[in-house]
Design a binder for this molecule. Sequence first.
Ligand code: MGD
Ligand code: MGD
Ligand code: SF4
Ligand code: MO
Length: 734
Amino acid sequence: MLFGRNHKSPITLADKGVVEWKYATCGYCSTGCSIEVGLNAAGKAVASRGVADADVNRGKLCLKGLAEHQIFAAPGRGTQPLMRTHWHDAWQPTDWNAATAKLHDEFRRIQAKYGRDSVAVISTGQLLTEEFYTLGKLTRGLIGTNNYDGNTTLCMASAVSGYKRSFGSDGPPGSYEDFSHTDCLIAWGSNLPEQHPIIYYRLKDAQEQRRFPLIVVDPRVTMLAQMADIHLPLTPGTDVVLQNAMMHVILKEGLEDKRYIEANCNGIEELRAEVAKWDPATASRICGIDEETIRVVARLFAKAPAAMQIWTMGINQSTHGSDGVVGINNLALITGNVGKPGGTPLSITGQCNAMGTREWSSCAGLPNHRLLENAQHRQEMGEFWNVDPEFFPKQLGLKQTDIFKVMETGKIKGLWIIATNPMSSLPDTARVRKAMEQLEFCCVQDCYQDTECNQYAHLYLPAGTWAEKHGVMTNTERRVNLVTPVATPPGEAQPDLWIFNRVAEKFNEGGRVKFPENAADIFLEMRELSKGRLCDITGMDHDLIHKHRGVQWPYTAEQAARGEAPATGGVRLYTEDATFRFPDGRAKLIPLPFTVNYEGPDEQYPFWLNTGRLVEHWHTRTKTGKVGNNNKFSPIPFVEMNPDTAAELGIRRGEYIRLVSRRSDAVVMAQLTQRVRRNMVFLPFHFHDCANRLTIALLDPYSRQPAFKQSGVRIEKIANQHEAAMLSMEMRQF
Ligand SMILES: Nc1nc2c(c(=O)[nH]1)N[C@H]1C(S)=C(S)[C@@H](COP(=O)(O)OP(=O)(O)OC[C@H]3O[C@@H](n4cnc5c(=O)[nH]c(N)nc54)[C@H](O)[C@@H]3O)O[C@H]1N2
Ligand SMILES: Nc1nc2c(c(=O)[nH]1)N[C@H]1C(S)=C(S)[C@@H](COP(=O)(O)OP(=O)(O)OC[C@H]3O[C@@H](n4cnc5c(=O)[nH]c(N)nc54)[C@H](O)[C@@H]3O)O[C@H]1N2
Ligand code: SF4
Ligand SMILES: [Mo]
């Protein structure tokens, strides 16, 4: 036998018999990769590949995108609407007319008995934008409950609230292209190689062209931290302290951009007074980063001609989430690093269309960042939709986390859940269970029937998923990209847009409000509403978006008429002086006092519980739990634990252990690794009845986002390993 590279057998790719490739945008994370799904002669989706001329991913896909065609035919898909009287009864099949009539009748019955807001609608960041817009019109314009929100409150709410507090509006200012211009990058609580692998590839690619320092702030040695020039393993929850200390150094050493502050910012004196209290020595005692490192990082950042900051859930999911975002913005503003090439804050969004829901779902008010609190906005939208403006509430209702707390008290009796699985994804699930059990009526609309939430439903609506549907999504860098239908939903399942339109017919007495059937027409309606707003899409339509593999907003009709290339349209926001969205056009510098207002380790529960994600799994695993090439990497719940801790407690690698918090307990397998320090464990939250049995339901005061990343646990050895394995298996669900 011959060995060596000259004698290797050539690699042959399995011929899957693809006869046609169809265009879509990946439906997992918000990177927004352009993807093509291959269909065989029988029209079955059999392959996925990256689109080479798409700027975002340049032909690449991560392991989730590469297997994405397998989610269509996976087990557990819903194929028929189902009904039952009580949630522990057996399901009875029904038809769409009866199912949508049931949703209407139950909602109206409950509203008549307990008041308009006694029903709630909980949406997601994982539908198409035209679907979000339609659901918003239906909920705000016809159903009329003010308890309408989505899972983005678990995800990007702190970023949104921080942007609004600093800049006067939501909207991430930067782009991936900024990696190619930056001279310094700080990543706060973001693990790109696992959670946004293709953004990470863009970052690495840029770094190979031009070396710039990468600084990672994360209590855990993540894959990104391993690649960093400087890793700051701070004490969980103390990012604001570190930010204050960095600003202390910058202002004390005169490294701030005085011209930029003078021209664009209010509040420098108030900020100066607060950060004066945070000298590196004081800060170091709280955030755990030594004084000298704080100084080095502050100087590196402030002296860089262009400095960039990205962040994800390590910042957002904390009782200081909104403040952490404001801190990032403060740092950017005092150094003049907003909206310039390579110099910008850029929130790395979570779900594929979390941006689309922020722009168009009306969860935060009315479409395209319009506000319920603004009489002119209510008037405008009332006229546009043919709804009495007086029908709209004058103040925004509850966020998802508060809706569930109120549900627990029995004040909300009806719930419609669309494309989210809060039984697994909300903190402290024992309380979520109680809240769900007391509902008089719950409708779950999901592409899979076997979700944890559906156990509590009285009505199940089987939906299409991802590229069984048609419409657009917006990615992290404000790029609107297209999904075309490559498959049809199984059995009687229908695209969410179709379902919303059928439900709307039931609520729409006399057909007063128009609900177009077709996504391209709905896009044109949205386009009209975007004229002159920050998120202006008047220069786009589905065809243009498809042709360019996505177009960033703003891209206006004027830009299109001037012949400006879509690729240059909306690369950055706030590029000119005085373009911030407060009435005087100036940004706000906001002082951030700090107190420890969250749970941490103590004598009884001596370990930090940190929760998050793995590259191979998506959230509650309704999709990746069924795709062999994803699931095989981590088929069972496990926890990362430091080997020294394990040795002290007499725990061996692969042994089942019990984690106990003040809320409840969970049985998981011990994975020994130096990624976590001795007093911390890291628990992936993908498994049902596991991480969120333990987490605490403390919320950020501004964004109402849960502090998923900070709570206290203790570790218990389990004598009967066989029984423990059985228990842990139950948490696998599938
Ligand atoms: N494979 C995969 N990719 C995904 C997802 C998925 O489920 N699977 N989900 C998508 C979604 S919706 C989201 S929101 C993103 C999330 O993307 P990320 O936020 O990157 O992922 P997480 O693992 O939740 O958390 C990131 C890091 O925050 C750190 N952290 C914990 N506490 C602190 C702290 O106090 N300060 C700082 N600075 N860091 C801290 C954790 O140690 C962890 O490494 O990923 C998206 N991409
Ligand atoms: N402990 C802990 N908990 C967390 C987090 C954490 O880091 N730690 N992260 C939080 C974050 S950032 C997020 S984003 C949430 C995510 O939490 P969830 O939104 O609850 O998680 P998913 O599993 O994505 O749920 C989406 C549901 O929609 C269904 N679905 C998918 N596509 C479609 C579609 O096109 N139509 C319909 N109708 N249904 C569809 C899926 O089958 C699934 O049931 O979890 C949060 N929870
Ligand atoms: S990086 Fe995100 S958008 Fe790209 S293929 Fe992977 S999951 Fe899909
Ligand atoms: Mo998220």
